[in-house]
Design a protein. Structure first.
Length: 112
């Protein structure tokens, strides 16, 4: 099993969730986050004054899936989140040793 964490622009969230649902992934966690990458935030103007936003609002989508579904899941997220601009986001993939469904005590992929 693998955990896919995608940090993306908020405006792409609903489309990503819809696509993950189409792929058969119903267990999704969403968290509103803020951060910055190499650009260290952005500078904007408001009423003629310049100000700096150090942390940019983003959304983190987390999903635990079968190893065989990783590439198609990543491809789907990238296809939706891509704008070609700085700040499109990142995807992190990590191994999951085990998962337990609390209600039924099922373990492993059957608990997904």
């Amino acid at each position: 099993m693998m955990k896919v964490e995608a940090i993306v622009r908020p405006e792409s969230l609903q489309t990503i969730i819809d696509r993950l649902d189409e792929l058969g992934h119903s267990g999704i966690t969403k968290t509103e986050v803020e951060g910055h990458g190499k650009q260290k935030g952005i500078t904007e103007q408001f009423r003629g004054k310049e100000y700096r936003l150090t942390f940019i609002p983003k959304v983190k989508v987390e999903i635990v899936i079968k190893d065989s579904d990783v590439e198609k899941t990543i491809d789907a997220i990238v296809k939706i989140a891509y704008t070609g601009q700085i700040g499109d986001g990142k995807i992190f993939v990590s191994d999951i040793k085990d998962v337990v469904r609390v209600r039924t005590k099922e373990r492993g992929e059957t608990a997904l």
